[in-house]
Design a protein around this ligand. Structure first.
Ligand code: THU
Length: 131
């Protein structure tokens, strides 16, 4: 099984656990860390809409819970739409990933498109120029 296939299956399973009663748009995400662990996240919405959390943000929290801080590869899965990470999640991902890290966007049937973090967030803000 390729890295993409593994992350795709994990993200799809994570998507099943999403809480999205307001948008009805479930999203799952899986992150491969630099040390080889896979963590995942799902979107969790809230009646106060801005308080919802995206799948990528959940996966980043899970990464930290697992004691990991660097991202090697990411898969995001949603139904049908090309679910590119929102602006906030692009910034969150770039905090823990180099510009060359791949972000694969998939639907339930498989890969739709692959981007790099640098493509998703050109000229992104970094407090420390250490990338
Ligand atoms: N959402 C994500 O979780 N990740 C993305 O990459 C884009 C959008 C969520 C936020 C909200 O719960 C729902 O999808 C509809 O916007």
């Amino acid at each position: 099984m390729s890295i993409f296939d593994k992350l795709f299956e994990e993200a799809k399973a994570a998507r099943e656990t999403a809480y999205a009663p307001y948008s009805n748009f479930k999203v799952g995400s899986a992150i491969l860390t630099e040390s080889g662990e896979v963590v995942r996240g799902c979107n969790v919405e809230n009646a106060a809409f801005p308080e919802g959390v995206c799948a990528e943000a959940g996966a980043i929290s899970a990464m930290h819970l697992a004691g990991q801080t660097r991202i090697k590869e990411v898969v995001v899965v949603a139904d049908a739409a090309l679910c590119t990470p929102c602006g906030g999640c692009r910034q969150k991902l770039s905090e823990f990933a180099g510009n060359d890290v791949k972000v694969h966007v998939a639907d339930l049937n498989g890969l739709r498109k692959t981007f790099t973090v640098g493509e998703l967030l050109p000229a992104g803000f970094q407090l420390h120029d250490d990338k």
